[in-house]
Design a protein around this ligand. Structure first.
Ligand code: NAD
Length: 340
């Protein structure tokens, strides 16, 4: 708990230091496909920054990292403006925080979208990198990284080497312009095999699947991307004028029918008890999934409620990311259990 007695100049120093660090770590993460600190350490710094801003709103500047989506557009790629904005997610780190989020979401939905029955679409949080796929008349026209949320990097030729991603949609009925958002990742097994092949060639292995996926997609030469075992699952949509689908789970079904890969781990629940049970279950199975995850994402399923709740400058108010405790803690717990 913050003491009111902390001198103003010390607060400002701590604040400036946090802002500098978050900027530096984000730059390494998004632009260099590497990380200078663990995700848990980064999340802690970011949470402290948010806490300081909540306690001392006078410190907040318009360009604070808490007001921005976080990525950048490297000069190595052509910039692409997204037809509609891409967002990050609000994080929670405990079941108590998640329960508070559920209560707020329920209250907001009841007052802003009365009559909508709130259901919780629960998804795994794939640890990869976001891409925006723009289909025009059913044909993949542009693929971009998230970048700063407004403008991303043109990675169309690289994305076209990913077998999961259709160059043309199947069937019929798609809007003239369709923006599909998904996460590009390297499956855990393929990541291990790929690293072994690097070691066998006398090269340095890649640090983790997320950075490997980001580095693989952001190659200058698409032929290099083609050699990497990249896959993708869809997790959202942007522009979709004329589509009369009214919920997130229905839109996934439609995207799947058009040939896009949808995660097998998505589940729709009526109650938050079921959501917590699923988070527990995935928490126990997390290393047997196809890919690494860094948490779970819970979304209000109904589009009317999503529209009514809207967005902050950085995140949707109708979705939240629950982050599992850092892996070290998991490992320790497992070891303790084994010893017992
Ligand atoms: P985020 O990880 O908080 O969440 C938003 C992103 O999650 C989306 O853009 C999307 O790409 C992805 N996602 C995966 N599965 C999804 C699903 N089912 N539904 C919706 N979205 C899904 O986003 P962020 O703003 O990219 O980054 C913040 C996180 O990245 C931090 O929590 C931190 O762990 C990590 N990070 C680490 C460092 C570091 O130095 N270690 C630096 C910057 C960021």
């Amino acid at each position: 708990v913050e003491s009111a007695a902390v001198p103003a100049h010390e607060l400002r120093e701590e604040y400036a230091d946090l802002v500098d660090k978050v900027r530096k770590y984000r730059h390494a993460y998004y632009n260099e496909n590497t990380q200078l600190v663990s995700d848990a350490e980064f999340d802690e710094l970011f949470a402290r920054l948010e806490e300081l801003e909540a306690l001392h709103p006078e410190l907040v500047t318009n360009d604070s990292p808490t007001q921005e989506v976080g990525g950048e557009v490297s000069a190595a790629f052509s910039p692409v403006k997204h037809p509609s904005q891409m967002y990050s997610l609000e994080d929670v780190f405990s079941y108590e925080e998640l329960e508070t989020w559920f209560e707020r979401a329920r209250t907001n939905s009841a007052s802003l979208a009365p009559g909508v029955e709130v259901k919780w679409l629960t998804e795994v949080k794939i640890d990869g990198l976001a891409v925006n796929l723009i289909y025009r008349d059913g044909v993949l026209d542009v693929a971009a990284t998230r970048g700063d949320g407004t403008t991303g990097e043109d990675v169309t030729d690289n994305v076209k080497t990913i077998a999961d991603i259709p160059h043309e949609l199947k069937g019929e009925g798609w809007p003239a312009e369709l923006e599909v958002r998904g996460e590009v990742f390297i499956p855990s097994k393929e990541f291990e095999a790929f690293n072994e092949s690097l070691i066998a060639e006398g090269k340095a292995p890649l640090a983790n699947p997320r950075n490997a996926a980001a580095g693989s997609l952001r190659q200058k030469d698409p032929a290099q991307t083609a050699k990497r075992p990249l896959r993708m699952f869809v997790h959202g949509v942007g522009a979709r004028e004329g589509m009369d689908v009214e919920s997130q789970h229905e839109i996934y079904a439609q995207l799947e029918a058009w040939g896009l890969p949808v995660s097998p781990y998505n589940k729709l629940f009526d109650t938050t008890d079921e959501v917590f049970a699923y988070i527990d279950q995935i928490g126990q199975d997390r290393h047997s999934l196809v890919h690494e995850i860094d948490g779970m994402v819970i979304k209000i399923d109904d589009f009317q409620a999503q529209r009514a709740l809207g967005y902050t400058s950085r995140t949707p108010r109708w979705a939240v990311a629950y982050k599992y405790p850092p892996e070290e803690v998991h490992t320790d717990l497992l070891e303790i259990r084994v010893q017992v």
